[in-house]
Unconditional design. Structure first.
Length: 205
């Protein structure tokens, strides 16, 4: 019988990982405002799959993968920060414009890949899962490990569904001048996040 407590706890962990406002939340909000909830959900799905990937690495005890990620922490964080700087400037300079549905569909794969790549380049997440597992009872079967990973994905995805829904409902009230300032503010915050990461990498090497 499936352990409902394990599934419930893993869903809460997924929510706890996704909910804090950070660069990924800003990118998802911006994408939702610009292209609609469907586009935001595609981006959120990339983040949720990355969270599920890290959960699986921890749950299944894939030490070779986790060791490789942690060994390259500095370079991975550096490349992720550079991508955030690029996206920050691009968003800050963007002008709000209506985008056709075909553009959303065409850019879905790229958005998913970007979200997954940016999330997976934060190996500190794997340390979070390691600390979570310290308070967990050992997972005694592959089925439990799979249930934990799926629960984390579900919890993370639930957050992105709620967030994009709220943002999409508010988008119609935001006029172009307001959107311009939202773009500038979001872009500036992304650049600040990236600069903080670059500074942290510099002092750690």
């Amino acid at each position: 019988m499936m352990d409902t407590w394990l599934i419930g706890k893993s869903i809460l962990i997924g929510l706890a990982i996704a909910a804090p406002v950070g660069p990924m939340s800003l990118l998802c909000i911006h994408r939702t405002l610009e292209r609609g909830q469907s586009a935001g959900l595609v981006f959120g799905a990339g983040i949720a799959v990355a969270d599920g990937t890290y959960a699986a690495v921890a749950a299944f005890g894939i030490t070779a993968v986790s060791s490789a990620l942690l060994a390259g922490t500095a370079w991975i964080r550096f490349l992720g920060a550079l991508l955030l700087v690029y996206l920050g400037f691009r968003i800050a300079l963007a002008r709000p414009a209506a985008r056709p549905a075909t553009a959303v569909a065409a850019s879905g794969v790229g958005a998913f890949a970007t979200a997954y790549g940016l999330t997976i380049t934060n190996p500190l997440t794997i340390l979070y899962f390691a600390s979570v597992f310290a308070s967990f009872s050992p997972l005694s079967s592959m089925l439990q490990a799979a249930a934990f990973s799926a629960g984390v994905f579900a919890g993370s995805m639930l957050w992105w569904i709620v967030l994009t829904g709220v943002v999409a409902r508010s988008a119609h009230a935001l006029r172009p001048p307001v959107m311009i300032w939202i773009n500038r503010g979001s872009g500036a915050l992304l650049i600040v996040f990236a600069c903080y990461t670059l500074f942290a990498v510099a002092v750690s090497v």
